[in-house]
Design a protein. Structure first.
Length: 586
């Protein structure tokens, strides 16, 4: 690391140390030259009272799903489970898939909810092939055989499953045929085209080498869930997609060892697959629970080199390991570089890794204001997304303890099992002030943050098509919650669907986009598999503030090519197609 960067680290530690010492923080028609852009008119924006950003619409949404989690201190019960927001039948509406942790004997199963034309959700699980009954952890969506239909990958305690989308609301488990086998405790997963050949490869983060016979106690000698430190770490797995052209059953080859990932094991709970060093090739960040984070940097030859420490991502601002869990990756300060937020335990400060220079990160949690919180929570699922469309992404997270509290935070969300209530905490939301600093606005958002749950997964997407990102969250021993974005007086916005026409018109996962409007450049990467065991709607939402027109859209596609598309009016959803823009130099 350069000396200048080391000096900046020292300077940035000062406000952190001061805050710790003083106890801060408690507990229209497309243009002719724009043939690749296809817009969809949006519904009118929602209105609400000033200050309130969210409405809990769970009861009327049609999404009724309760995690049937065990109460016998079996460690996997505490870790799952996830959510997927995706359009499985390509009708233009966001559907929801919920993963069940499946306590033994519960009969509980995963559930697929289809969004109907009236905006309500209908359970279409029965007979779909998605209603699995296992100890599910997380799930992601992506078109692995380039046939135009998004498939599902589900991680479990003891397995990874690939469900091939057959169309007509049917899926088939093709894991064995595809060559995917993982008997470990699989947790986060992500798609990545690491060799830029146009096929989505698969990364799966394994958690600890768990021994189910081991029992653990709290400080008072009472039985409680085991901590990850009691077990050895495991390797993050990588499969190369070798599916022949033309669709059909996909084929994968395990390249965990040859790629170099096997040489650096850990306790994976979070993943972000994106270009961290600015060379145009996707890398793999792994958030490790209680261990140093890992960053596998792509060497362009099918191998990776672990460089988290050298790039400032292994440890927190104090140079220590932490309970790294949920992840969010976005440009928080408008400098065109992605910043990484990682959640930790309530007694730790979360990490906000801001890029100091391309490929070098500094944990700047104090500088961005995230030590000033109304309450402290053990964070899991988290998102960085522009709720009020002012041009700067805001932050939300769900919380839930991993150690017993007597009592937990109350009142509880409806339906939370009282046994799990001892681990419940309230969610939080922070507003970006436009300069990359965050202000806690949780108390002004009681429908999101007023009730406690044992928060785990959190996913974002525009469920009702009004241009505002909504939230879906899940917690242990309770029901999935749906929060509608009703921010009043929002700014202008645009939502981009980046697609690959030559590859079945699948979502262009891994592509980066820059929208120029009102003299500002807004950057984002299409990587839905972040947060915690979850996958967001695979579209990019940009808040544009007062700018009602876009000057241009630039896209760096996953294969390394760059294109420029004409702008136009804001406040619409747009499909941007690879190969139909004006080529730009690399």
């Amino acid at each position: 690391m350069k000396a200048a960067s080391l000096r900046r680290i020292a300077v940035n530690l000062v406000p952190w140390l001061l805050s710790v010492a003083t106890g801060c923080g408690p507990s229209g028609t497309p243009r002719t030259a724009d043939a690749a852009i296809h817009s969809v008119a949006a519904k009118p924006a929602a209105r609400a009272d000033a200050g309130s950003w969210f409405e809990d619409i769970t009861a009327k949404s049609g999404i009724h799903f309760v995690h049937a989690t065990g109460t016998n201190y079996f460690m996997p019960d505490q870790v799952g489970s996830g959510l997927v927001l995706f359009d499985f039948d390509r009708d233009g509406r966001v559907d929801v898939y919920c993963v069940q942790n499946g306590a033994e004997g519960s009969g509980a199963h995963n559930a697929l909810f289809h969004q109907e034309a009236d905006g309500s959700f209908r359970d279409v699980s029965a007979g779909s092939g998605t209603d699995l009954s296992h100890r599910g952890m997380g799930a992601i969506a992506g078109d692995v055989n380039n046939d135009g239909l998004p498939d599902l990958v589900i991680t479990e305690y003891g397995a990874v499953r690939l469900l091939l989308n057959l169309g007509g609301g049917k899926f088939r488990d093709v894991s064995k045929e595809a060559g995917i086998d993982d008997p470990r405790w699989a947790a986060p997963a992500s798609f990545i085209d690491f060799d830029r050949d146009g096929r989505l490869d698969l990364v799966v983060g394994n958690y600890v080498d768990f021994d189910p016979t081991q029992k653990c106690q709290d400080v008072q000698g009472r039985q409680d869930f085991c901590a990850p430190a009691a077990f050895a770490g495991t390797a993050t797995r990588l499969w190369h997609n070798e599916t022949p052209p033309g669709g059909g059953v996909p084929r994968f080859r395990d390249v965990t060892v040859s790629s170099g990932l096997a040489s650096s094991p850990g306790d994976a709970l979070g993943l972000v697959c994106a270009d961290f060093d600015g060379d145009g090739w996707p890398d793999i960040f792994v958030a490790d629970d209680g261990r140093p984070n890992r960053l596998f940097v792509n060497r362009h030859d099918g191998t990776f080199r672990e460089e988290a420490a050298a790039r400032g991502l292994a440890f927190n601002a104090m140079g220590r390991t932490a309970a790294n869990m949920g992840t969010a990756f976005a440009d928080g300060d408008g400098d065109g570089l992605g910043d990484l937020f990682v959640t930790h335990l309530a007694e730790e400060f979360h990490s906000y890794f801001r890029q100091d220079q391309r490929g070098i990160f500094l944990d700047s949690v104090a500088q961005v204001g995230l030590q000033q919180q109304g309450w402290r929570g053990t964070g899991f699922g988290t998102v960085l997304v522009d709720f009020d469309a002012d041009g700067s992404p805001d932050l939300a997270q769900v919380n839930g303890l991993v150690r017993r509290a007597t009592p937990g935070q109350t009142p509880l969300q409806p339906g939370v099992d009282p046994w799990w209530g001892r681990y419940a905490q309230r969610p939080q939301v922070f507003r970006n002030d436009g300069r990359g600093r965050f202000q806690d606005v949780s108390e002004a958002n009681p429908e999101l943050t007023g009730l406690a749950l044992v928060g785990r997964s959190l996913a974002t997407g525009d469920l009702d098509g009004d241009g505002a990102p909504d939230l879906v969250g899940a917690g242990l021993g309770g029901s999935v919650r749906v929060w509608r974005n009703r921010v009043p007086h929002r700014g202008h916005w645009v939502t981009l669907q980046l697609t690959e026409p030559r590859l079945g018109r699948r979502d262009a996962l891994g592509a980066e986009a820059v929208v120029t409007a009102g003299g500002r450049r807004h950057w984002a990467v299409l990587q839905p598999a972040t947060s915690y065991l979850s996958s967001h709607e695979p579209r990019l939402h940009f808040g544009l503030g007062a700018a009602g027109m876009m000057d241009a859209i630039e896209v760096l596609w996953a294969d390394g090519t760059r294109e420029r598309f004409e702008g136009g009016a804001a406040d619409r959803r747009i499909e941007v197609r690879h190969g139909e823009g004006k080529a730009m130099s690399p």
